[in-house]
Design a protein. Structure first.
Lengths: 349, 349
């Protein structure tokens, strides 16, 4: 039995978790859109689980048949069909370093000309000159400096524009593709498959909500109001007659580990019946999903494919997977062996 | 120009706002359900604004025509059609005292046998014996005691059941109806009308999110994940192998005044284009809506009908309406004169 208090006030713990967080996310998206809009790469034919090997596909389809058949004792009413997904390592890659850290560095550079004060800080100055050693030396403090300088003090509008510009142009080094084009095709099929069966799909990620919301609809067909992530303080004011919301340094809600079921309660208000994740950070929301009164399905993406993607689990800080794998075996959660269970990883491969 | 910092850490201010809050909400709902479910009183024929007088109906319809006509310069893409509504005094009454306070008192009584410690507190003991004078004497402190004792320390499941039982049985004294049956028919029509035009409808209320979410779908057709309200700390733990979320006394996020646009950013991530409210507590989210890049519509319900409902504005603490009315005149926001503009207030009248 473990007991976790979620009120993360203590700065040291908070920053440590932030650090873990930032070492557990990375990358990309195929052009999709929510049902009503155009530009969709994930078209109707992606409603079937075509990129899945037979065994995992059948397991998902069997569960789906049971929970959507109104004559079945396992039937789940439409209003209770809530599906939650981690993002980094579950919908897009999180190696070798979380994409949001790349964005933070790129955005620091993009806004630096308007911030001469960055040059006075050794960490920020180093990053701007391509030297991240001073940041590494300061550890969590250094990373926090980067995130604060690149994310906070910006208006809602300015930050959205910055993320928009970045996601439309920034490329991953391994695949030489836009980050938003490097998303897991089988998971996109799964999102569509769930929605085709009247599920509401939510992201519940340790990444920043403000960062993900800009492109989640385009990438995954998940609108911003179904994106839950880490979030910080905000300030509302009317400036020269114009309402302005500004992102503030301050208390951060870390949507990871026990923070995930708490955020699900806070933002969704229902216990999920489907949960997809890939790390121990998702274990608490899988327990929570497992505790549903309905027949639930938990799915863990196990990164076993060093050729097509990355191979890692318990030896990485980023996307660390160890205790969740043990609990998955005990409770018969579905573990997806990426190398074996996915016929395709990305649409471009 | 006003500037409001939203980080509400200071207990005194927080409690004062809580007090105002609790003095600005009250009551009921016609049996409706979200699109996919049955039991709906608000049927397809409520898609038209039939309970509205001609002038306000035409104003709403004209705006709707402009923003949904793809050939119009005022066209709003479906993904950006976000409508937000206050609850107390906007969708259901808030006089003479907020319904959630009645629930708090009723629930205190309901759970008191399991809490002998309530008898040791003069305020709680008084309430249990039908004497609210000790609570009144302690002012904010007394009210906080009531809310804490009746809301917190309860699991998600227990609290949901308590609200469910209450909303299914508790009756308002003026109308002798279930609270959930005393909802404004013209606003239900408006919610349906907006949804029929592909708007997403959200509640953004000073009331407790956990309280509203239990019945918002049935009453308004608004699912729990589109209900934003005040919220407190939560604890997640695994108890005897079962995941449990418990409501904790602690820091409260007060979703009122400047807290409303901040919560809209935090939960929705888009600037609304429609906002319905009734008090100065809704003014900030109306400014925020007014600041949309699209043609927006703000609507203020002005309680002018002492016969069919209640007559009040600037003289009440509960639902105080004064500065928002001034700004409404300056900015041509729509002010609904309940007595003149609503042919019917409730479906049962």
């Amino acid at each position: 039995m473990h007991k976790v208090q979620v009120n993360l006030r203590k700065n040291s713990f908070l920053l440590f978790v932030s650090f873990l967080l930032f070492h557990s996310c990375k990358a990309p998206a195929d052009k999709l859109e929510s049902p009503k809009t155009e530009q969709s790469v994930v078209k109707t034919n992606y409603l079937a689980l075509e990129s899945w090997a037979d065994a995992p596909r059948q397991r998902i389809e069997t569960w789906m048949k049971e929970v959507t058949d109104s004559a079945s004792p396992k039937f789940i009413p439409v209003n209770d069909r809530i599906a939650v997904f981690d993002n980094d390592g579950t919908l897009w890659p999180e190696q070798p370093v979380p994409n949001q850290v790349i964005f933070a560095i790129d955005n620091l550079k993009a806004i630096s000309s308007a911030h001469p004060e960055f040059q006075k800080d050794q960490v920020l100055k180093g990053i701007l000159n391509g030297d991240i050693d001073p940041m590494k030396k300061e550890g969590i403090k250094g990373l926090t400096k980067l995130v604060n300088a690149s994310h906070n003090g910006q208006t809602e509008e300015a930050f959205n524009t910055a993320v928009r510009n970045w996601i439309d142009t920034a490329r991953d080094q391994k695949f030489n593709k836009l980050y938003k084009d490097i998303i897991y095709l089988p998971m996109i099929e799964l999102l569509n498959y769930l929605r085709a069966h009247d599920f509401k799909t939510f992201i519940v990620s340790g990444g920043g909500a403000d960062f993900m919301r800009v492109w989640s609809d385009e990438a995954y067909g998940i609108p911003p109001y179904q994106v839950i992530g880490s979030y910080g303080d905000l300030k509302y004011e009317v400036k020269d007659g114009k309402p302005v919301i500004t992102k503030m340094a301050g208390q951060v809600y870390v949507d990871d580990k026990a923070g995930k079921p708490v955020a699900i309660h806070r933002f969704i208000g229902k216990v999920p019946v489907f949960c997809g994740g890939n790390s121990d950070g998702d274990q608490a929301m899988m327990q929570y999903t497992h505790g549903s009164k309905y027949s639930s399905l938990n799915l863990i993406v196990h990164h076993t494919d060093s050729t097509r993607e990355y191979q890692y689990d318990h030896k990485t800080l980023s996307g660390h997977l160890e205790t969740a794998l043990v609990e998955a075996r005990e409770k018969n959660w579905m573990v997806v062996d990426m190398a074996k269970d996915w016929k395709k990883v990305f649409s471009f491969q």
